[in-house]
Ligand binder design. Sequence first.
Ligand code: DAH
Length: 339
Amino acid sequence: MIDQIKQIRAELEAVTTATPEEVEALRIKYLSKKGAISALMNDFRNVPAEQKRELGQALNELKNFATEHINALREAAEACCGCDDALDLTRSAAPVNIGTRHPLSLVREQIIDIFRRLGFTIAEGPEVEDDWHVFESLNFAPDHPARDMQDTFFINRQPDVLLRTHTSSVQTRVMTSQKPPIRIICPGRVYRNEAISARAHCFFHQVEALYIDKNVTFADLRQTLLYFAREMFGPQTDIRLRPSYFPFTEPSAEMDISCDLCGGKGCSFCKGTGWVEILGCGMVDPAVLEACGIDSKEYSGFALGMGIERITNLKYRVKDLRLFSENDIRFLDEFTAAH
Ligand code: DAH
């Protein structure tokens, strides 16, 4: 019997890993009522009295060892993540957090959508630009302050490589590569060398629109602006054009919309005027058309440009510009309903 005990122990010691099924098979083979160890226990009754003490002790040790060894193998098998038994198919899945659209993206899409309905298509240009596309072609005098290091981020001087300060550069890119009629809308990021505060940032976003064809007049511009303002801010919205100056448009104007907080009566938001400024616009200066190879006697056009942050502030009353780029989920989550 002592040989059988030693042999069973050796067999068990040889098993160092097992699947859950194999562990169960071992348990049945050695520890169940009909198993090998129980059979030895039964035989123990017939053992001569003088051997009982020694064999009894050995048998007990074997049983304890087998129980502990098989339990340890079972624990190891269950901890193994690849095993089928570790998969609980009834467990509910981990919640998936659906993100929100960024408010600037929401507003950009709304602006694009309104102009798309008027037949405008999207055009894009590079953020790293040269002086000609950002300034010279657009009629900026060589000593114009916008060309100053104070306002513009230069990557290289002579030849000048810079970060575009406005999306008007896309106008020139399109005018030099396409023939009229041109009807484009250009959304994009622009950069200016400003200290970051609640009201200014070193990068922000603009949308530019450009329409060039035969006989385009200021009346077309005005009607386009009115359509845009009413689609964006509601049918009750009025617009007002104030004379202004931009190097690349002549005449130039700035557009105000009636303040939708006070309905035009005057409040703290519109500083008592009843109007809030939203964009710059004008008729494309003939010098700009000519610089881009378009015959200014045959063609005319209008351009307009607006800040997406500004429109977003008007729609959603975001008081601090920095919120747009801080990626604070608490802020971004507020726009879940605006999908
Ligand atoms: N580029 C101007 C700016 O960044 C905005 C602008 C004004 C664009 C008048 C235009 C325009 O197309 O006609 O301030």
